[in-house]
Design a protein around this ligand. Structure first.
Ligand code: ZN
Length: 320
């Protein structure tokens, strides 16, 4: 039986200074830091997760911030724009808010929707779109209210080095539905209520280079563990070479690179971010998987301390 993902689970990107990364995603965009852990493949680097109050699948952007990172080059084989969705009527608020934090904004229009495009402090391309879809956010920061707060991902714009191959992977492997074309874009949609709209420029884009300000991968949702095993088979049946299934503590993961150069992950919805912390205190402590606990002292010593602070527009004050 054909498998269909519900949509995006998370998107992972690179950044430089960890505190600057926290300041932007919590203090400016108003997301919650739902997990502070390390890169399981390189524990000297943080792995920070930002999302809605609970870190629901479809709301989570994650970073490997390291002051030692080089700047990357955005291009084919990456997520070109990460799209966040806000309630209808919220774009003027965001335009003003972003400008008040000295974030330049640009406007774009496609598929009959207005987009506000901007970059994070490392140059990662982001955009906001208004849609009715998905529940309003219950996480309030500064003057961001449920009427304006980011609800999660709207979707993503994928930059492909072989766009026809990426189109095939989206439709035939991930089970997205082709919705139509608008000027230079093809649009695909999945069944989830948000994080479900993928736009693909219909041209081959020269490969980028990984580094700060670029994405590492896009993860798609598998709703439970049983389904995840089926995805492994399914991906193989389509001629791709998935990794083995890896335990990422908050979800299980497998990875494969589609032929347009983009690294796809398939991640399970369960168990989620409350598996090792209470909902009330998500993101407050450095959480390590059991296999790194014996090395905690050394790992903590190597990491720069970070904290979540209210951003006072040019000024900042602690809230913890
Ligand atoms: Zn991932």
């Amino acid at each position: 039986m054909a498998l269909h993902t519900a949509g995006i689970h998370h998107i992972t990107a690179y950044a430089q200074d960890p505190q600057r990364n926290v300041d932007f995603y919590t203090g400016v965009l108003g997301l919650r830091m739902v997990k502070k852990t390390v890169n399981y493949d390189a524990p000297e680097v943080y792995h920070l997760y930002f999302g809605d109050e609970e870190g629901h699948p479809g709301t989570i952007i994650t970073f490997f911030p390291s002051s030692a990172s080089r700047r990357g080059i955005r291009g084919g084989g990456q997520v070109g724009y990460t799209t966040f969705v806000v309630p209808t009527g919220a774009l003027p608020y965001w335009e003003q808010r972003l400008r008040s934090f000295s974030v330049p904004v640009m406007k774009a229009f496609r598929f009959n929707e207005h987009y506000l495009q901007f970059s994070d402090r490392d140059g990662l391309s982001l955009e906001l779109v208004e849609r009715e879809d998905g529940p309003k956010s219950s996480w309030s920061v500064d003057d961001v209210t449920p009427e304006t707060a980011i609800k999660g991902f709207g979707g993503a714009v994928l930059f492909s080095n072989k766009w026809k191959e990426t189109k095939k992977a989206l439709e035939e492997v991930m089970g997205l539905t082709f919705m139509g074309e608008d000027v230079n874009y093809a649009r695909f949609q999945s069944a989830g209520s948000f994080g479900n709209v993928i736009d693909l420029p219909m041209r081959d884009i020269p490969l980028g280079a990984g580094g700060a300000g670029t994405t590492h991968h896009i993860a798609w949702r598998a709703q439970e563990d049983g389904e995840h095993g089926k995805w492994h088979e399914w991906v193989k049946q389509h001629g791709f070479h998935p990794t083995d299934i890896r335990n990422r503590n908050y979800f299980k993961a497998l990875y494969f690179r589609e032929r347009g150069g983009i690294l796809f992950e398939i991640a399970t919805d369960p168990p989620g971010f409350t598996v090792d912390e209470d909902l009330d205190s998500l993101g407050e402590q450095l959480k390590l998987p059991a296999w790194f606990e014996p090395e905690r002292a050394r790992i903590e010593e190597d990491l720069e301390p970070i904290q979540v602070k209210i951003q006072e527009r040019g000024n900042s004050s602690d809230i913890h």
